[in-house]
Design a protein around this ligand. Structure first.
Ligand SMILES: Nc1ncnc2c1ncn2[C@@H]1O[C@H](COP(=O)(O)OP(=O)(O)O)[C@@H](O)[C@H]1O
Ligand SMILES: [Mg+2]
Length: 242
């Protein structure tokens, strides 16, 4: 796909596939086009050209809600929580596909989330506006999972979080992956992202400049050159290079 904002091309002919049960990651610095890529897959942004198929279906004409109904769900970069709503309110809001399936289905879905992210269970009545950044990120992940995704897209879940909290989030991602979830993770934190993903793509100013199995990318000189001594946010997360 190619995606532009007016005259500026943010995604320039990026092509890739994700197999069922696979987690891929797009790593790249601020401004590389990571959010644009996910928002285009979600249908929040219109692509200029190209094609996106999901389970064999062309998505181009589908609005974001229709894509959610097909199982494509995003944890957005800005988390987009409602400060005055509780943790559990957010989870219920995410249960797009459970509407009409009754109280028991909702309760079971909530319990699954609380099992994966126990902190959310402890704080189920707490208002989102009073949570720490890490807890808010967990709410965003939990809300996305309530939509029963077939493809979970995560936009920089580590952003602004302390290393210990980031680790908790990534442990949850690991468990989801072990349970067979398919995912696309975008991150500035290459070390973290490549530690959880099966395959990786390095995105620079809208183009893929390197890709391969995550283990190989971690030792790729181009990745090392781009990321060692990277941005402040990278150091903040406690990652010690690749
Ligand atoms: N709404 C927008 N209008 C114009 N340009 C944008 C907009 N959003 C992002 N861009 C530009 O597109 C490029 C990619 O941005 P983005 O997808 O947010 O990158 P990343 O998520 O990797 O930081 C950047 O050059 C950015 O300035
Ligand atoms: Mg972004």
């Amino acid at each position: 796909m190619t995606v532009s904002y007016g005259a500026g091309t943010a995604i320039d002919g990026v092509s890739f596939d994700v197999a069922r049960g696979e987690f891929v990651t797009f790593i790249g610095p601020n401004g590389a086009g990571k959010t644009t890529l996910l928002n285009s897959l979600m249908g929040v942004l219109q692509q200029n050209s190209g094609s996106v198929t999901f389970n064999g279906e062309e998505l181009k004409a589908l609005r974001p809600e229709a894509r959610v109904a097909r199982g494509i769900v995003i944890v957005p970069e800005r988390r987009e929580l409602f400060p005055g709503l509780s943790v559990e309110d957010h989870l219920r809001l995410g249960a797009f596909l459970l509407r009409g399936r009754g109280r028991a289905a909702m309760t079971a879905a909530l319990e699954r989330i609380y099992e994966l992210l126990p902190k959310l269970g402890e704080r189920r009545r707490q208002l989102a506006g009073t949570l720490s950044g890490g807890e808010q990120q967990m709410v965003a992940v939990g809300r996305a999972l309530m939509a029963e995704p077939q493809l979970l897209m995560l936009d920089e879940p580590s952003t602004g979080l302390a290393p210990r909290v980031t680790e908790e989030i990534f442990e949850a991602i690991d468990r989801l992956k072990a349970d067979g979830m398919t995912g696309i993770l975008v991150e500035q934190n290459a070390h973290l992202a490549l530690s959880v993903a099966d395959r990786g793509f390095v995105l620079e100013v809208g183009s893929v400049v390197a890709f391969g199995p995550a283990q190989e990318l971690r030792n790729d000189p181009r990745v090392l050159a781009a990321y060692i001594g990277g941005g402040d946010r990278y150091r903040d997360t406690g990652a010690s290079g690749i």
